[in-house]
Design a protein around this ligand. Sequence first.
Ligand code: A2P
Length: 343
Amino acid sequence: MRVAIVGATGAVGHELMQVLEQSQQRGSLKIDELQLYASPRSAGKTLPFGGQDLTVQVTPEGPIDADIVLASAGGSVSLALAHQWASEGAIVIDNSSAFRYDADVPLVVPEVNGPEALKHKGIIANPNCTTAIAVVAVAPIHRKYGVKRMIVSTYQATSGAGQKGMDELLTETHKVLHGQQASHQEFVHPIPFNVIPHIDAFQDNGYTKEEMKVAWETHKILGDDSIKVSCTAVRIPTLRTHSEAITLELEHPATPDEIRELLGSAPGVEVRDNPGGKLYPMPLTASGKYDVEVGRIRQSLVFDGGIDLFVAGDQLLKGAALNAVQIAEYLQEHGAIKQKAGV
Ligand code: A2P
């Protein structure tokens, strides 16, 4: 199987290479060839994979000779090229928001709605990072107890804005610590020692697009438009894990112990919930981890029989690269990758 990464030099691209290498070592994905693509700025650069140095090439405007394309170079690149790659026979797993709401593009978190991936017509969308992390914890609860309303407040890391976002956090924090004024490019305001309740563009209803993505994508992934979702999305000065406080109103009441037990055997979840022992989800412990940490599970004081919880998931992993690779693994496990002859 030939795999191409478009956007290989970016933050998600870097994680894709690590996760692919680990998948290959575990024997999950069998990769015969890995191709790396980025902008002309990176052409000729080499990146290590499987003991070899692979050369980064300029993203082709025409066909890509690969069976799977992991696209992570932003929405405009995907919009311009993904359909063409797909028409040449590749399956495109797209990390941008370009196609997520298209009716014929599955939006997939394998633990939650893996079979949807098998219905693809050439493009499969990887969800928004905040949504992917939330639904890993919320989907099992929805299936057993029925989620009626979901209220989410997020604490999102700078990695959501790519490598440049993380670089800006470090360089601007350094400036402030040395008595200089912080500036900003990737974020709407300076990020050091700040929290910014503004991610993506404001919509007519007063919510940001990032906040609406959580509502739209939760509906699509869970296959249930009846869930009422309200999100407040906030950027905070951490490097790479998104945390979320989630309140759920449930159709059938649940106790915290029942939710702990349910999530204890849910795929992709690590229950980390012992407040007395100071054990709960945090970016410090969730970063670099495949599982989404879930804790602070308690009875809601607002909704009878409802549940409050706190989750932390690595934005670059479950929120991006890991989920994309898991989609590829799911396709391969189900014999859904047809290797095409070289062009
Ligand atoms: P490059 O490093 O050459 O700019 P991030 O989200 O971390 O900023 O990463 C974005 C990724 O997308 C990088 O690999 C970047 O390559 C790549 N990229 C950005 N613009 C283009 C483009 N027009 N064509 C192809 N790749 C692009």
